[in-house]
Design a protein around this ligand. Structure first.
Ligand SMILES: [Zn+2]
Length: 186
């Protein structure tokens, strides 16, 4: 039994979600056996690159080629985390040497790490003790743009407003994505 973190909705452009096809999600890795099958089908060139990953609300890791959109990898569903991940072969097992929460489609908080850790443990993978690259996403309370906070500079790059300390990307009112709202009637 485990306590899961918050679930993240897709907050990116609506047109990307519109191209989703049923059954087109990423490869689900629920066990070490699943990972063995998946990794055996990858070329060395593929494995040299990072992969797009999501952790579904079922806690299962899903993988897709690097340039895949996270929302496609998730089959359009909500996720517990999302980002980029890279695997390396160690004696006797595969391990994760790089993993980030870099997903502009879901903008997950760095606090989603425990769900990633559980998913990687469930796949029998070695892993670091946290994201090796943490991305801080915030939505500007002034202009409502979502952006990545760089070098702890909590100022909106679009309008100069101060950004909050706490994660705030998903609109709490459930009105959909920012772009959905902006593209509606004025
Ligand atoms: Zn702003």
């Amino acid at each position: 039994m485990s306590v899961r973190g918050r679930s993240y909705r897709y907050v990116g452009p609506a047109d990307l979600k519109a191209v989703l096809r049923p059954g087109g999600g990423g490869y689900a890795i629920g066990s070490a056996a699943d990972f063995s099958i998946w990794v055996a089908a990858r070329s060395a060139a593929e494995l040299a690159e990072p992969f797009t990953f999501v952790v579904g609300t079922d806690g299962v890791l899903r993988l897709a080629p690097r340039r895949s959109e996270h929302v496609a990898c998730a089959g359009g569903a909500m996720v517990l985390s999302a980002g980029e991940i890279h695997f390396t072969r160690e004696p006797g097992r595969w391990t994760v040497d790089d993993v980030s929460n870099h997903s502009t489609g879901y903008c997950p908080d760095v606090s989603s790490w425990p769900d990633v850790a559980r998913a990687l443990d469930g796949a029998g993978l070695g892993r670091p003790s946290g994201f090796t690259h943490e991305v801080v996403f915030r939505r500007c309370p002034g202009c409502e743009e979502c952006s990545i906070v760089r070098e702890e500079d909590f100022v909106c790059v679009f309008c100069g407003s101060d950004l909050p300390e706490a994660w705030n990307v998903d609109p709490a009112d459930g009105r959909g994505t920012l772009r959905d709202r902006r593209s509606g009637p004025a």
